[in-house]
Design a binder for this molecule. Structure first.
Ligand code: PLP
Length: 406
């Protein structure tokens, strides 16, 4: 069969994580592995009422094809939310996508030729790595510090790539409560990144699924709100603040960019489903969206606090973790020499699961890291799960020090 596959298909691999996640779904396992939001945050009753009404009273529209650009009412609602964030855009500068993963895929298809360079954070979101690699891009990872990318390293790397005649297209970043590391970029670094993009004539792709989920710290403007040159393409999904099953997101960019993305989307799926667009539109119109998001923030704030507290109490010396001010994840770094993939089956034996860190690193490093999601487990499970995980880590460290002595 292999001979029939395109060069692209040969390069595409199923995500290691999705394979590992299959092991974590047994009910007795406390899982910090999934990247999914807490279903308790889905406004299912409101959505059920809207769905019944939209199908009964409005089926000629809600069960029909939509335009490729997306439902005009929904685009207006999302532009309103963006405006409150300081992002000024009009109807020609926004397209509804079948959630942000499609936005990433369309960006990859629109901008990347084989061998083109994309700069990403180290670590970064696996779905973006898959989308860009599928177009045979060359991904260059730049170390993520506590307040954003190491911009000196980025400058140095761009200069070196330029000297070698490499062609770079964009910098992909998740500046708010990053997946996987939970890091938020400072305003200074955001401005610095935009300066570099302007000097080097690069686009910036700002992926912001967790931006509304800020439960601590002061607000920092988005890159798109700071962008004066139309270089930033902004991806904004409803997956974490409404429901991922709707598959609704928006891509906001310059008219030229949106026009090309729309053409690319026509080939992909003609349009995002009219029905789920109608559900999102009516929810945004009829319900207190800000109040709804505030409830979600409170839910995750409590769980994050519980996880930080448990880590503090149970983890042994030498283990470090981030203290996210929003989002769903925190990031744990174990002492050098620990391999979280090798440790994974031992954690499963203790009935606790996490996500191994290495697949988030495009340079093959990060073997001693792991991502913990505080979204799904209950506060009590978080406490117990971290206790079990700390036992596993302690045993691993003890085994390592014995090997080192032999
Ligand atoms: C950084 C990032 N981008 C994009 C996505 C894709 O989200 P969706 O396709 O549900 O909008 C996710 C999902 O976890 C994510 O973490």
């Amino acid at each position: 069969m292999d001979r029939f596959f395109s060069q692209r298909a040969r390069n595409v691999r199923r995500s290691v994580l999705r394979e590992l996640l299959k092991f974590t779904q047994r009910p007795e396992i406390i899982s910090f592995a999934g990247g999914t939001p807490d279903p308790g945050t889905f406004p299912w009753e409101e959505l059920a009422d809207i769905a019944a009404r939209e199908i009964r009273a409005n089926y000629a529209r809600s069960l029909q094809y939509s335009t490729t650009e997306g439902d005009i009412g929904l685009r207006r609602e999302l532009l309103e939310i963006a405006r409150a964030e300081g992002i000024r855009a009009d109807l020609e500068e926004i397209v509804i996508t079948t959630a942000s993963q499609q936005g990433l895929d369309l960006i990859a298809k629109t901008f990347l030729d084989p061998g083109d360079v994309v700069y990403v954070e180290l670590p970064t979101y696996i779905g973006a790595i898959q989308a860009f690699r599928a177009m045979e891009a060359k991904l260059v990872g730049i170390h993520l510090e506590e307040d954003g990318m190491d911009l000196d390293a980025l400058r140095g790397r761009i200069a070196a790539d330029k000297a070698r005649g490499e062609r770079a297209k964009f910098i992909y970043v998740i500046p708010d409560f990053q997946n996987p590391a939970g890091v938020r970029w400072s305003e200074e670094k955001r401005l610095g990144l935009l300066d570099i993009a302007a000097e080097e004539d690069l686009l910036v792709v700002e992926d912001a699924p967790y931006r509304p989920l800020r439960f601590a710290g002061d607000p920092v403007p988005s890159l798109k709100a700071l962008d004066r040159e139309g270089r930033v393409i902004f991806l904004f999904t409803l997956s974490k603040i409404l429901a991922p099953g709707l598959r609704i997101a928006a891509l906001i960019g310059s008219r030229e960019v949106v026009d090309k993305i729309v053409a690319m989307k026509q080939a992909a799926d003609l349009c995002t489903p009219a029905l789920t667009q109608a559900l999102a539109r009516e929810f945004l119109r009829r319900h207190d969206f800000e109040g709804h998001v505030e409830k979600i923030r409170a839910c995750y704030r409590e769980k994050r606090d519980r996880m930080l507290d448990a880590l503090e109490r149970y983890m042994p010396e030498g283990v470090r973790w981030t203290r996210p001010e929003g989002g769903l994840f925190l990031w744990v770094t174990l002492p050098e020499g620990v391999d979280t993939e090798r440790m994974f089956p031992k954690a499963l034996e203790r009935k606790v699961a996490y996500v191994i860190g290495a697949p988030f690193f495009v340079d093959g490093t990060g073997r001693n890291t792991m991502r913990l999601s505080f979204a799904i487990a209950t506060p009590e499970e978080i406490e117990e799960g971290i206790r079990r995980l700390a036992e596993v880590v302690k045993e691993e460290l003890a085994a390592l020090s014995t090997t080192a002595q032999i």
